[in-house]
Structure formats: structure tokens, C-alpha cells
Design a binder for this molecule. Structure first.
Ligand code: ADE
Ligand code: ZN
Length: 323
């Protein structure tokens, strides 16, 4: 039922989008042992900390511009096959540096893969540079300074990922000021591993246009109203939230509750193979759980495209594809 629905994904970490099969091929290429986090063609981890280690382990196997072109192309083509017309990917110069790759080669490789996927499928894509919270404010500020130089035309946003329980949001405010002053779209992971107070801090100190996850704001009525009134868009990733144990089953997930409260909600996959998901599966889960029809799902795509970090010409082209 949902296959034909045009989709848009605002929240996907490119290193987290590497399929187990692709990581196995990379491990053979670099003669590396991945048995600590992949077994029988599946990622294996059993806590958020172990998940981050598996994520880092996979990222360490992408070491050249060509490796990243392959990763971006294969990921984007896979979601174009699910009728995704637009995607934003989080890119992490810190992960590239850890694998010995310069940020220039990293962005060039990713941009090459994005161009190849666009040529073969039509999918449009932009990149959001993220700082990694648990690496500390200095590293996140360095990522923001890099982003503020606008190192590639497809880089249109700045965000922060990583361990939300590390440090205080206020310590990262300067990084976001640098990125905002450079005209980048702003998003921040909050309200995933930590509760409503973390979302409130993000709103107060970062003033984001969008929040990654944000679902735990649903525990606080006043905060939910604030988000709805401010028009802040939530990049919701239900499959990720279930896999990481935030909610026991989709029936307990607050996506529909937030939507009914007037919050602008969108659907994304976060780190799809880690959570055995994809943007197509997220749309299907939402349809199954809450009875959404094609019009409901298309309106979620429209919300995402309206919130996309793209130029107005591209936005209007994408919106035109929904009519
Ligand atoms: N990095 C990759 N996936 C993440 C998530 N779900 N939360 C925080 N940081 C991440
Ligand atoms: Zn994320």
C-alpha cells in the first residue's frame, strides 16, 4: 500500500546506513576483522553504547573518496527504489578523520555518490555536517567552523549527534551560533536518550529549526505545545526508537499523539541496517500502526520537504512532485 507514496527522509547518518553486506566487502578490501559487531550478515549490539561502537567500527572501513561514493550511491539508490524523492544525510568529518580521510576527500566522495544516484534515479540529496556530542564542545565547534566555510554546495545544515547524556546543551551553544551565522539550517539530537528537559535545553540554547527525534517531549504537555506553536519540526525515527528500547512496541510510540497535538512530524530511518529498517519500512509501520492512508503519508512527506534545508527552487520542484 505505501510503496507508491513519495517519501522524504531528513534524518539518516551516512556511516549508519552502510549495509552489513557492504561492510563485509569493505572488511575484505582492508583485511579487517568485523566479528565484534557483524555476525551472519547482521549488525549485533545490545545497548546504545554497543550500537555506537558498531557504528564506529563500520565507519572505520570507509577510508577513501571512492569508498564514500559507493556508500552514498548504494544507500540513495536503495531508498529511491522505495520512492524516496529527497534525502538529507548526516555527515561526520570526525569519523572521516578517524579513518585517515581529509574532509575534502570525504565531501568529494559523498558528492560523487550523490550525483551518481541522482543521475540514475532522480533522488535529490543534501548533506548536514554533524559534530559528535561525546567528543566534547571543542570538537563540535571545530565541526561547526568547518561547516561555516560552506565547504561544498550540497552542505546546507549543521547538527549534533552522539551521546545525548554527555555534557550540557549550553556548552555547545557557541558551535550552533557559528553555524547559524553562516546561514546553515540547524538541527540537534534531543529527546531520544534523555527526557523533556533535554529538548527544552535544546530549544533555549540552540534555537533549532528541527530536532532529531524529540519524541520524549511527548511526556510534557507544555513542552509539546511549545514545539507545536514554534513550528519546530521533529525528525522522528520510530524503528530506531523501538530497536533502542525507548518504547516496547509501536502502539506505545508517541508519533501519532504528537501529530494530533499539532507538532510537525516527519519519518526517517536514522541508521537503517542497525535497526533493520528503511524509510519505506518506517512509512509502512506508521500506516499499519495508525491507519494512515496515502493522503496522510503524503502530507508527512510534504512536511519534510517544507522543512528541508534546500534552496526554494529545489523545494518547489520537490513539492510539485507530490501533486
Ligand atoms: N549517531 C548515529 N545514530 C545516532 C542516534 N540514534 N542517536 C545519537 N547519535 C547517533
Ligand atoms: Zn540520529
Amino acid at each position: 500500500m505505501t510503496h507508491a507514496v513519495k517519501k522524504a527522509e531528513l534524518h539518516c547518518h551516512i556511516e549508519g546506513a552502510a549495509s552489513a553486506a557492504l561492510v563485509l566487502a569493505q572488511a575484505e578490501k582492508y583485511n579487517s576483522d568485523i566479528s565484534g559487531f557483524i555476525s551472519e550478515q547482521q549488525y549485533v549490539w545490545s545497548s546504545f553504547t554497543e550500537f555506537l561502537a558498531a557504528y564506529d567500527g563500520a565507519a572505520a572501513l570507509f577510508r577513501s573518496a571512492e569508498d564514500y561514493a559507493l556508500l552514498a550511491r548504494t544507500y540513495l539508490q536503495s531508498i529511491a527504489a522505495e520512492n524516496a524523492i529527497y534525502a538529507e544525510i548526516f555527515v561526520s568529518p570526525d569519523h572521516a578523520a578517524a579513518a585517515g580521510l581529509s574532509s575534502e576527500a570525504y565531501f568529494e566522495g559523498l558528492a560523487e555518490g550523490i550525483a551518481q544516484a541522482k543521475a540514475s534515479s532522480g533522488i535529490e540529496c543534501r548533506m548536514i555536517i554533524v559534530g559528535i556530542r561525546h567528543l566534547g564542545p571543542e570538537k563540535v565547534e571545530a565541526a561547526a567552523r568547518l561547516a561555516s566555510t560552506r565547504p561544498h554546495p550540497l552542505i546546507t545544515g549543521f547538527g549534533m549527534a552522539g551521546e545525548e547524556r554527555f555534557g550540557k546543551v549550553a556548552d555547545f551553544a557557541r558551535a550552533f551560533d557559528i553555524a547559524r551565522d553562516a546561514g546553515l539550517g540547524i538541527t540537534i539530537h534531543a529527546g531520544e536518550l534523555a527526557g523533556p528537559e533535554s529538548v527544552r535545553d535544546a530549544l533555549d540554547h540552540v534555537r533549532p529549526a528541527r530536532i532529531g527525534h524529540g519524541v520524549r517531549a511527548s511526556e510534557d504537555g507544555a513542552l509539546t505545545r511549545r514545539i507545536a506553536e514554534a513550528g519546530v519540526v521533529l525528525e522522528v525515527c520510530p524503528g530506531s526508537n523501538l530497536a533502542l528500547g525507548l518504547y516496547p512496541d509501536i502502539g506505545k510510540h508517541p508519533f501519532d499523539q504528537l501529530r494530533r497535538a499539532g507538532v510537525k512530524v516527519t519519518l526517517s530511518s536514522d541508521d537503517p541496517p542497525h535497526f533493520r529498517s528503511s524509510v519505506g519500512r518506517e512509512y509502512q509501520m506508521a500506516a499499519d500502526a495508525w491507519g494512515y492512508d496515502t493522503a496522510d503519508l503524503t502530507s508527512i512527506t510534504r512536511t519534510a520537504i517544507k522543512a528541508a534545508f534546500v534552496d526554494e527552487q529545489t523545494r518547489s520542484n520537490l513539492l510539485g512532485q507530490l501533486d
